[in-house]
Design a binder for this molecule. Structure first.
Ligand code: COA
Length: 223
């Protein structure tokens, strides 16, 4: 069985954006317009926004080591390769070569004492392995550290998989936004937690997080 401790969660950085866009496209294929490099670049500078990624040191579908350049490779070629790898030829439009592999990501917007989950997604290849739940635990814990009183979000009425995950973490239906999604005119459910600061919610989160840890054996590192 795969060693689950190879995954870790950390804050999103500029160099993650190309992989984050791949996750977006993979997880939300019908979403239009799709976020762009520029939109994430701005989001990472938005003081209200906080994004995290779930990653590992290597791509599970690629050989672990990249071949080193041939010894007789001309010096000018390795100089150019170095520049390209650092994204200097492409300015802001091109992040540097990613080294880590990203399997999922999530983000919140903090609005006074409310944390709004703006995105949460896991690549299809890695679904049903507890990663989406780990991301949700992490953003709720992050929201608590930022003194949020509630976590809220919108979810498609047809997205029963995500709704099940949210219900597990105490989010319940608080309303509907009619025709919220422009791609197909679908309604959104608004889902909200109870009071995050209550001893009951803290205990529930602690128990669920412990159960997740025991079930999946991921290495909790915090964000
Ligand atoms: C929603 C999403 C993040 C879940 O991630 P995941 O890593 O596959 O889910 P996990 O393996 O962590 O499962 C956690 C919980 O989610 C729910 N769940 C996950 N897959 C499910 C399925 N196929 N059927 C029903 N419930 C499911 C369950 O409640 C599950 O808990 P359980 O194992 O105790 O039953 C993932 O499906 C995804 O990226 N979807 C596309 C993007 C999206 O819809 N994001 C939400 C936007 S609001």
């Amino acid at each position: 069985m795969e060693d689950r401790k190879i995954y870790y969660i950390r804050d999103m950085r500029d160099e993650d954006i190309s992989q984050v866009l791949d996750i977006d496209l993979d997880a939300f294929p019908t979403q239009w317009p799709h976020p762009t490099f520029t939109s994430y670049h701005h989001e990472l500078r938005n003081k209200l926004a906080h994004y995290i990624v779930i990653c590992r040191d290597n791509d599970p579908q690629q050989p672990a080591e990249e071949k080193p350049p041939a010894k007789d490779s001309p010096r000018v070629l390795s100089f150019i390769r170095g520049l390209v790898n650092h994204g200097r030829f492409f300015g802001l439009g091109r992040p540097s070569q990613p080294r880590e592999y990203l399997a999922g990501m999530a983000g919140i917007w903090m609005m006074v004492d409310e944390a709004h989950i703006v995105t949460i997604a896991v690549k299809r290849l890695h679904k049903n392995q507890g990663l989406g739940e780990w991301l949700l635990i992490s953003v709720i814990e992050l929201a608590m550290r930022l003194n949020a009183r509630v976590v809220t979000l919108e979810v498609r009425v047809s997205n029963t998989i995500a709704q099940k995950l949210y219900e597990k973490y105490g989010l319940s239906k608080a309303g509907t936004r009619k025709k919220y999604y422009s791609d197909n005119g679908e309604d959104a459910l608004i889902m909200t937690t109870g009071d995050l600061t209550s001893p009951e919610y803290k205990l529930r989160l602690q128990q669920l997080s412990q159960a997740h840890h025991e079930r999946w054996n991921y290495c909790y590192t915090g964000t």
